[in-house]
Design a protein around this ligand. Structure first.
Ligand code: PNS
Length: 161
């Protein structure tokens, strides 16, 4: 039987506990999950792509064996086809996420009709969480414990020390 692969794409700048929650949930549904970091030359990131990749790898617990961390450039739909993915996974926190996500999912379906987008809900406790807010809080010395995995917390504390 063919392995079912899902792509979980994002900027992950940085990985939050909400992202990790979606990675864990999707790793229980799929044989193989690829957390794929977008290489976006237009953005001014806090962490380099390599740092983000290392932080995701360091944050995955030993129980998550079927998750790979990769990077991609260009269109997500092309990357998902190249990686023979059956699905693209996106986390939806609130209704406000839905409009943008719907637009992206339908456009990706137009580009690659064979690949489904699955929307997953993170644990309710993470429904207010975003990388942008975490960056802002860390920059101003606020408490980020519990919002991000420990390796990310340490990296943020070092970055803004
Ligand atoms: O974590 P983010 O920033 O919400 O992730 C957005 C991401 C990376 C999923 C999205 O920007 C993306 O897929 N970019 C790749 C370029 C692309 O395919 N654009 C057309 C989308 S329909």
């Amino acid at each position: 039987m063919k392995r079912a692969t899902a792509i979980y794409p994002g900027s992950f700048d940085p990985l939050t506990n909400g992202h990790l929650d979606i990675i864990e949930r999707s790793s229980r549904l799929f044989d193989h999950v690829i957390a794929a970091i977008l290489v976006n030359p237009q953005k001014d990131p806090l962490f380099t792509v390599d740092e983000r990749r290392d932080l995701i790898l360091a944050s995955l617990g030993p129980s998550i064996e079927n998750v790979e961390v990769d990077t991609f450039e260009g269109l997500l739909a092309d990357y998902a086809r190249q990686r023979s993915a059956k699905a693209i996974v996106r986390g939806i926190r609130a209704v406000s996420d839905y409009e943008y996500e719907l637009q992206m999912a339908l456009m990706n379906r137009r580009l690659q009709p064979e690949i489904e987008t699955l929307f997953m809900l993170p644990a309710e406790s993470y429904s207010f969480l975003s990388s942008r807010l975490v960056r802002e809080i860390a920059e101003h010395g606020g408490a980020i414990r519990g919002l991000v995995p420990e390796p990310v917390e340490r990296a943020l504390l070092r970055r803004f020390a």
